[in-house]
Design a protein around this ligand. Structure first.
Ligand SMILES: Nc1ncnc2c1ncn2[C@@H]1O[C@H](COP(=O)(O)OP(=O)(O)OP(=O)(O)O)[C@@H](O)[C@H]1O
Ligand SMILES: [Mg+2]
Length: 403
């Protein structure tokens, strides 16, 4: 019986023809409604393909959530890589999500190891940068670094990477950058320090319903078996995503609805499945960023979600969340870290904006103000479910050090 059930899942029918194309890291072979931006970004980097020697360009891509900034950067970098290799020009690329690479030294060390196999612990940032530049010169190579979620790294850190004449010599830079940010963070944190160094700023307008409809139709054709997603269902998903103007919102709704169709053994998406999916998709919750977290950071988030869920409360304390964290660790086969590390992880989650802190009144007999942790808008049960998915992907992939 049990065996049959598993076989059913593994060999049973699915509405998907290629479900992986709906995952956030997938970059599609076309970006409808962004032809103009694709051309413009490519145009910016054209000189790297025709000019020999040192040349660098810095471009900013600015737009609200789900407007295709990350997709645009990855898409165009891929095209440049193909063109460079055809022409026999050495252009190196690296994409960084600054949620994972949170400091300049992390970025530089990664560049040195990935491209030049140099293990570079124990050097200062200046030394790292100088090593990198020397290698680029000696190998006559140019480098394009994409800094996604750039505000996490901060203006000063980025600036010192773009602008180090003492390292490069005037006009001799070989490191180009693509800096990606949401508009408000760009204005507050990056535009002032970087303004004189950005050669072009590409503003990504938010999508309207027509844009979303075309994008979703394209993505659905790629992901689903023909006939699975009727036109009125696409319209409905586009309508919902138009409320946030975020393409990710619409794509996740289609994905969740498809999952439901499969689990219910249905061969078409229905309005009910879309309505249901709508309830479980929170475009403000950045799953793609959750994937950048380390296992104990996810376990910490799980502990917090579980504690909120179990108490049915809207906020919890560090102590309570820590107890649940230990429980979750045991269930998942991890050995729990001590409370100070837990506290550090919780602070990180707060700083990254996954959770909020309510600072309460000073309690009698206690020093300082004790915050209570809360979740914005997202039900704890949904968060818990998603975190479990992410953790199991992490475990399967074996990607993770357990630090
Ligand atoms: N024009 C488009 N055509 C096809 N897919 C698109 C298009 N624009 C965005 N997408 C898809 O929508 C999702 C969100 O896009 P992306 O991650 O690039 O947004 P973003 O602007 O980087 O958002 P955030 O600020 O939240 O990081 C991705 O799955 C992406 O592939
Ligand atoms: Mg992005």
């Amino acid at each position: 019986m049990e065996d049959n059930a598993v076989e059913e899942i593994l060999f049973g029918k699915s509405v998907f023809r290629n479900e992986a194309t709906l995952l956030s890291e997938y970059v599609p072979p076309r970006l409808p409604r962004r032809q103009h931006e694709v051309m413009r970004l490519a145009q910016n980097f054209r000189p790297l393909l025709i000019r020999d020697g040192a040349f660098a360009v810095n471009v900013a891509i600015i737009g609200e959530a789900g407007t295709g900034k990350s997709a645009l950067a990855k898409f165009v970098m891929e095209k440049i890589a193909q063109a460079a290799s055809k022409k026999g020009i050495r252009i190196l690329f690296e994409y960084f999500n600054c949620y994972t690479f949170r400091t300049k030294s992390a970025v530089l060390r990664n560049l040195l190891t990935e491209h030049f196999h140099i293990l570079s612990r124990g050097f200062s940032d200046e030394e790292l940068l100088s090593m990198l530049v020397k290698r680029l010169v000696s190998e006559n190579a140019k480098l394009i670094v994409v800094l996604d979620e750039a505000p996490i790294l901060g203006g000063e850190e980025i600036l010192s990477m773009l602008h180090a004449p003492e390292v490069y010599g005037f006009g001799q830079s070989r490191i180009s950058t693509v800096v990606i940010s949401r508009p408000s963070e760009w204005r507050v944190m990056l535009s002032a320090p970087l303004s004189g160094h950005i050669h072009d700023q590409i503003n990504m307008s938010s999508y309207d319903k027509e844009d979303l409809l075309e994008i979703l139709r394209y993505r659905a054709d790629m992901a689903f078996i023909p006939g699975v997603v009727p036109e009125e269902i696409l319209q409905m998903a586009a309508e919902i995503a138009a409320s946030t103007r975020n393409a990710r919102h619409g794509i996740e709704i289609l994905y969740q609805a498809g999952k439901r169709a499969d689990s219910d053994g249905k061969s078409q998406l229905t309005a009910d499945m879309i309505r249901h999916a709508k309830e479980s998709v929170y475009p403000e919750l950045r799953y793609d960023i959750f994937y950048t977290l380390k296992s104990h950071e996810i376990l910490t988030a799980l502990g917090i979600a579980r504690s909120l869920n179990s108490r049915g409360s809207t906020s919890t304390t560090i102590d309570d969340a820590y107890d649940y964290y230990r429980l979750v660790c045991e269930e998942e086969g991890f050995s729990p870290q001590l409370k100070p590390s837990f506290r550090k992880n919780a602070t990180l989650l707060l700083n990254l904006g996954f959770m909020g802190l309510i600072v309460g009144p000073v309690e009698k007999g206690k020093r300082g103000r004790h915050g209570r942790i809360t979740l914005y808008d997202i039900p704890a049960s949904i968060l818990e479910e998603r975190l479990h998915d992410i953790l199991s992907r992490l475990k399967k992939g074996g990607l993770d050090g357990t630090d």
